[in-house]
Design a protein around this ligand. Sequence first.
Ligand code: G3P
Ligand code: MG
Length: 261
Amino acid sequence: KFLELLKRNRLVAAHRGARSIAPENTLSSLQKSIGRCDFVEIDAGLSKDGVVVVMHDDTLQRTTDVAKMEIFKGRAPYRVCDFTYDELLKLDYGSWFEQNSAHKEPLLTLKIALEFIKKNGMFINVEIKDISNFFEDKIVVDAVIKEIEDAEMQESVLLSSFRHEYLKETKSILPDLPTAALFEGNFRDDLLEYLGDLQVEACNLDDGSVDEKRVKMLREAGFLVGVYTVNDPKRAEELFEMGVNYIFSDSLDRSLKRYAK
Ligand code: G3P
Ligand code: MG
């Protein structure tokens, strides 16, 4: 069970897959993460027609070849939510990664990602991006949970989001699915009470908001603590010494892995 593993501490998550050696959030980034991490983190959102796709940004500009494609001319700013699944399938998600690279990557859907993780006996943190401007919370959460249930992966997934309404919605549908509230630079005074109301198992903080006192407070209250994004082995060790359970890292080299005992 993923939750049992998370409690073990000193874990390293492959942030967006092994994104330092493969295009982020692609099947190849999942493949490359095998043996280099304790679990994988990916980002998820919805296509125009409601398919859960694995993508970090709101738009397709940075990680696809959309701007070069004649058929999509005039569709700037290329928001993911304005493209149907069939349209997203036409794009290449790999060649942006290296200059003059011919390495192509197909669209990664949550369905394919979960199948891959299951087949390889791995664990995954699915971060649902805030797309509440385009879809109601329930539509987003229902779509993500359907994929998790279809793949029978309830015990291998940690669901997280900066949009905490998604986490509440998740708990109302699947109370046993572990969730993590993400925060960025806004450590709140009433955090323990707030996390209790959300019924989350974990709290994922940005490295800048973390200190020993805060980690101790969270751990003593029974919450798991994750920190993003940590690429320096010294900092990883400091965080683990504070009691941080897991870190999200782009750099999955041996020097970092050494600390993940
Ligand atoms: O889930 C941790 C981390 O991925 C949050 O930041 O922007 O890389 O998705 P971001
Ligand atoms: Mg993320």
